[in-house]
Write a protein that binds this ligand. Structure first.
Ligand SMILES: Cc1cc2nc3c(=O)[nH]c(=O)nc-3n(C[C@H](O)[C@H](O)[C@H](O)COP(=O)(O)O)c2cc1C
Length: 373
């Protein structure tokens, strides 16, 4: 049996294989962010399909941090029962599930939050609406909101937490010199730009037990002029490890990075795959922390090489599981052909519109088949 299907332990959490479902905003919650039966069924399907560790779509820790309609929320205790049902459905299918905690900052939709989006700096030229630069009280309230959300995740029974500090959402905006022009303790050198995330980690660590798995997803590089560069992200990663983070999911890119955004298209050959592998290798060598690699991974031989060459400890995928929730069981059963995902990212549209994520290509094929009957 391949090493990929052996169980590993991540700060006490036993993960039955090396495969992770990367956070995917499903657009399947209620208007208030409550988990619905449709969303819970999707999580159960992924667990049943063999994914070792599921990461939820980013859940907003305050209403002002909401990014899309029908996004999952974790900003209030009233949401705990739905979250608990989600966890139970995954555990019933022998899976593990971690809650991704997020604030979208300048990417919040003004129409949804009825206020100007908060941001480290009121940078012009990126967001459509005017932004509100965060004062110290906003920073402190945000840190506290992450802490409280972590408490809720714990209460709902999640196996761990992942902080979303990637893809130009709020915490990633702080890390990035392109978005963060502050002159106080939260701007300037990387020690300052990482400060809010370190405070989030400290607050979470104070609220949850020491052996509660705490993961972070962060950008290795922004691929933006004046954006976050690898050397700084490695320094931030090292500080986060010191502060008590158990694993880093290595990603990159922002909404403004053109072809080099986090969700890239045109992944055809094995050479196109794992587009953050060089950065992940650097993280692993320099920080020495379990690495979860995401971004364009599609083929079993690529997965095997990434793990046997110590580029990554865990393999994370998003779009392949939208088309094939049972991909891991398929690979495990010996059918090792590559994921059928075409990486066209058409799945983003229904997800971000709050209509529920699905594979547009697969649906078209199924509709065609049905029309023949
Ligand atoms: C529909 C959709 C929703 C996504 N939602 C999230 C999210 O909530 N949080 C996050 O960190 N990344 C999110 N991503 C990015 C993915 O987790 C992943 O980093 C990216 O798609 C690259 O992996 P892939 O090539 O396996 O799809 C989303 C991507 C897609 C396509």
């Amino acid at each position: 049996m391949s090493k990929l299907f052996e169980a590993t332990t991540l700060n006490g959490m036993i993960v039955k294989n090396r495969f992770v479902r990367s956070a995917t905003a499903e657009g399947m919650a209620t208007e208030d962010g409550e988990a619905t039966p449709r969303l819970i069924n999707l999580m159960a399907e992924l667990a049943e399909g063999g994914v070792g560790l599921i990461i939820t779509g980013h859940a907003y820790v305050t209403t002002r941090g909401q990014a899309t309609p029908a996004q999952l929320g974790i900003y209030d205790d009233k949401l705990i029962p739905g979250l608990r049902a989600m966890v139970a459905a995954v555990h019933e299918k022998d899976g593990k599930i971690v809650a991704q905690l997020a604030h979208s900052g300048m990417l919040a939709i003004p129409k949804l939050i009825n206020m100007p989006p908060l941001a480290p700096s009121a940078t012009e030229g990126f967001a459509e609406a005017p932004l509100q630069e965060m004062i110290l009280a906003d920073v402190q309230a945000t840190v506290e909101a992450f802490g409280k959300a972590a408490g809720r995740a714990c209460e709902a029974g999640f196996d761990g937490i992942q902080i979303h500090a990637a893809h130009s959402y709020l915490l990633s905006q702080f890390l990035s010199p392109a978005f963060n022009h502050r002159r106080d303790d939260y701007g300037g050198p990387i020690e300052n730009r990482a400060r809010i995330i370190l405070e989030v980690v400290e607050t979470i660590r104070r609220r949850v037990r020491k052996d509660y798995p705490l993961l972070i997803k962060m950008n290795s590089r922004d691929f933006l002029e004046d954006g976050l560069e690898l050397e700084d992200s490695i320094q931030a990663g090292a500080m986060l490890k010191e502060a008590g983070v158990d694993a880093i999911e290595v990603s990159g890119g922002t909404f403004a990075s053109g072809n080099l955004m986090p969700v890239r298209t045109g992944i055809v050959t094995e050479g196109d795959e794992a587009y953050f592998q060089a950065e992940a290798r650097a993280f692993k060598q320099r920080i020495g922390i379990p690495i979860i690699l995401v971004g364009g991974i599609r083929s079993f031989p690529v997965v095997e090489r990434l793990v046997s060459d110590h580029v990554a400890d865990y393999i994370s995928m998003c779009r392949p599981f939208i088309r094939e929730p049972g991909l891991i069981n398929r690979w495990r059963s010996g059918d090792l052909s590559k994921a059928t995902c075409l990486s066209d990212s058409k799945c983003l549209r229904p997800a971000l519109a709050g209509k529920g994520v699905y594979c547009v290509v697969e649906k078209r094929l199924q509709d065609k088949e049905r029309s023949k009957e």
